[in-house]
Design a protein around this ligand. Structure first.
Ligand SMILES: Cc1cc2nc3c(=O)[nH]c(=O)nc-3n(C[C@H](O)[C@H](O)[C@H](O)COP(=O)(O)OP(=O)(O)OC[C@H]3O[C@@H](n4cnc5c(N)ncnc54)[C@H](O)[C@@H]3O)c2cc1C
Length: 305
């Protein structure tokens, strides 16, 4: 993106909610669990796997966190009833991390136990750097308590990630590796696109060397190529890694990767709390700056007319 594009995209929070909702519809399954089920059925029919996310983050009351944990119970019920090929992704702030570490741990354990009962798997999303230590600590605690059906996310833009991979190696972790979406200071994060890519490759190599199960989460063609080479060089079988993409992004490319024989998982968010997630997706869409500029100018002209 050019500097001008970035400046325009930073104005997104000023764009009216209905406009954001319209532009971001492709990234969200819908507001109800039935919407998510329908989308996952379609993905499964195309040979793709899914991970379902109940939208909600930075909640402010304990009851909200509990109701999100409860919503995951409903998701597992649907996964089982509809025979969906899907696991789930959770955000720890949605389970109360911002309110109390212990409450969040209890909610997370609850979700992971429900998943185990249904032979399912829970991926803990990674949020901004204020949550990294607690997230990795909770992941280790759960694994050391014997929960095998849980994985975590590491962000290649953080300088600490290479060290975190080595610190986690004894767990033979299940890791989704992504670039990282949260804006972080240069003291702790690479901010240059090439530096982030270089660290992604370095971290991916380290994960594959430690025999971690890796979900390579990127739409970046250069990185997809690097990942496919690394996987081929190590002779990994189809069930020893997966590629991951977001709903609504590079769908045709995802189909090609499935046709080439790779396991590919799509992140499927649903729920009423669609706004924060939508903003993050729109901020990453290279076409968004022009679209916002046109829509905003259109509104202003419309109002003036
Ligand atoms: C399955 C999955 C789970 C994720 N989980 C987390 C997480 O837990 N924590 C976290 O911090 N981040 C997460 N992310 C987001 C990730 O960190 C990146 O911000 C995001 O994937 C964009 O980086 P990229 O590697 O695709 O490269 P980019 O350079 O951003 O994108 C490469 C190309 O993909 C296309 N593209 C990318 N995004 C869009 C979009 N929104 N709309 C249209 N086209 C687009 C464009 O063609 C772009 O040129 C996740 C990403 C995926 C795929």
């Amino acid at each position: 993106m050019t500097l001008l594009d970035r400046a325009i995209v930073r104005l997104l929070p000023a764009v009216p909610r209905p406009v954001v909702q319209l532009f971001s519809a492709r990234y969200i399954a819908g507001t109800t669990i039935a919407d998510a089920v329908q989308v996952v059925q379609q993905l499964n029919a195309e040979g793709k796997l899914a991970t379902i996310d109940v939208l909600g983050e930075e909640i402010t009351h304990e009851e909200e966190a509990r109701s999100i944990a409860q919503a995951y119970r409903d998701v597992f019920d649907e996964i089982e009833r509809e025979h969906l090929d899907s696991n789930v992704s959770v955000k720890l702030t949605a389970l109360g991390l911002g309110l109390s570490y212990d409450m969040c741990r209890a909610n997370l354990e609850d979700v992971v136990r429900q998943a185990a009962e249904d032979h399912s798997f829970v991926r803990i999303d990674m949020e901004d750097s204020s949550t990294t230590d607690d997230t990795l600590r909770l992941y280790r605690t759960l694994r050391e308590d014997g929960h095998e059906n849980v994985g975590v996310v590491l962000q290649a833009h953080l300088r600490r990630t290479f060290g975190d991979i080595h610190a986690l190696a004894d767990l033979k972790p299940n890791v989704r590796l992504c670039k990282g979406i949260y804006v972080e200071p240069t003291s702790i994060a690479f901010t240059d696109a090439d530096a982030i890519r270089a660290n992604f490759v370095r971290c991916l190599d380290a994960l594959l060397e430690t025999r971690a199960y890796v979900g390579v989460a990127t739409h970046d063609e250069w990185l997809i190529g690097k990942a496919l080479n690394g996987i081929a060089e190590r002779g990994l079988e189809r069930d020893e890694y997966e590629l991951q993409m977001l709903l609504g992004v590079r769908e045709r490319r995802a189909g090609e990767l499935v046709a080439a024989g790779h396991r590919l998982r799509v992140y499927v968010p649903f729920g009423e709390q669609w706004y924060a997630y939508s903003l993050r997706r729109l901020q990453e869409n290279p076409a968004m700056a022009g679209t916002i500029a046109r829509a905003t100018v259109g509104r202003v002209l419309g109002r003036a007319a």
